[in-house]
Design a protein around this ligand. Structure first.
Ligand code: 3HC
Length: 283
């Protein structure tokens, strides 16, 4: 089935990034969130980023205006009835995702692909809440989705191989991303390697071994990373970091994967990084 219309569930940081990427690729996007305030915030994020792309010379004004016309903003999930692919980028709460997938199951046409952008919930647990688990796969984008070139396509034990291939084909041929395929294991490829490293940086900061600025500077200048690990944690969001670290620890039970206490305390304190104005740095 050709994919020319997709649904995006959730217009937060990741959802709005994926909405923008798809709209720039001339894909019609039905962008859903739960209320008008969430939609307004998502719309502002996409428009702000499209303006930034113009300012950076990545897009001309016509391209920006055309991209904006490809997006239909809605608070009614039933508006996805014509979508050949739905990507869910809602908060990392299993019951919430199960509810969304159950509804999508009753809305999407036969043969549609149901993908989740989850970074911490086993995809099979989401898939088994639907009547068509063979149509469910992971499509994991990276933050910021407009800039990061990778999409991980994740197959569960029940994913139809043709579904994973179609999701991968859409990500590469239409969205212009580079795809890697992997199994439904905590962390997939990138987070399984990245998150333990980021947690080690938090633990190092917590012990007073070095300042946040020096840890970040060291990894930028000494290891060629585009940004330091603590700044990256702030960008990812410390709540997302904690959920992802917990999923790795739950899956493998290795002590070195346990989230550092400081990460838990910062999340409890509401210091979630850039999105709340305070994390390892102030914004
Ligand atoms: N639209 C299009 N292009 C944009 C853009 C936009 N809105 N905003 C920026 N860009 C482009 C810029 O033009 C520039 O392109 P160029 O290199 O061709 O000139 C490039 O993106 C970099 O932009 P900036 O100059 O503004 O910013 P920096 O050079 O400081 O880079 C960064 C910012 C891309 C965030 C970089 O620091 C980086 O790559 N950091 C690491 C990010 C990372 O690791 N992300 C993954 C996190 S893990 C994750 O998401 C998984 C989850 O499950 C936890």
């Amino acid at each position: 089935m050709a994919i020319d219309t997709i649904g995006l569930v959730g217009t937060g940081a990741m959802g709005s990034g994926i909405i923008e990427v798809a709209s720039k690729a001339e894909v019609a996007v039905v962008a859903y969130d739960i209320n008008a305030a969430a939609i307004e915030a998502g719309k502002a994020r996409v428009e702000g980023s499209l303006d930034k792309a113009v300012a950076r010379g990545k897009l001309d004004e016509t391209g920006r205006d055309q991209a904006a016309t490809k997006i239909t903003w809605t608070t009614d999930l039933a508006d996805m009835r014509g979508c050949q692919l739905a990507i869910e980028a809602a908060p990392e709460i299993l019951d919430l995702k199960l509810d969304i997938f159950k509804q999508l199951d009753g809305i999407l046409p036969e043969g549609a692909i149901m993908a989740t952008n989850t970074s911490s919930i086993p995809i099979i647990d989401i898939a088994m809440g639907t009547n068509r688990p063979e149509q469910v796969c992971g499509m994991h984008f990276f933050n910021p989705a407009t800039v990061m070139r990778l999409v991980e396509v994740i197959s569960t034990q029940r994913t139809d191989a043709a579904v994973a291939q179609a999701a991968a084909g859409f990500a590469s041929d239409v969205l212009g991303k580079r795809v890697v395929h992997c199994k439904d294991r905590a962390g997939f490829v990138v987070n399984a390697l990245l998150v333990p490293f980021l947690c080690q940086a938090i633990a190092m900061f917590e012990t007073g071994h070095a300042s946040a600025e020096d840890i970040d500077e060291a990894m930028k200048l000494g290891a060629g990373h585009p940004m330091g690990p603590l700044a990256l944690c702030d960008m990812i969001g410390l709540d997302v970091m904690l959920w992802t670290a917990e999923s790795l620890y739950d899956e493998y039970n290795e002590r070195f994967l346990a989230p550092p206490p400081l990460l838990r305390r910062m999340v409890s304190a509401g210091h979630l990084g850039r999105k709340t104005g305070k994390g390892f740095y102030d914004y």
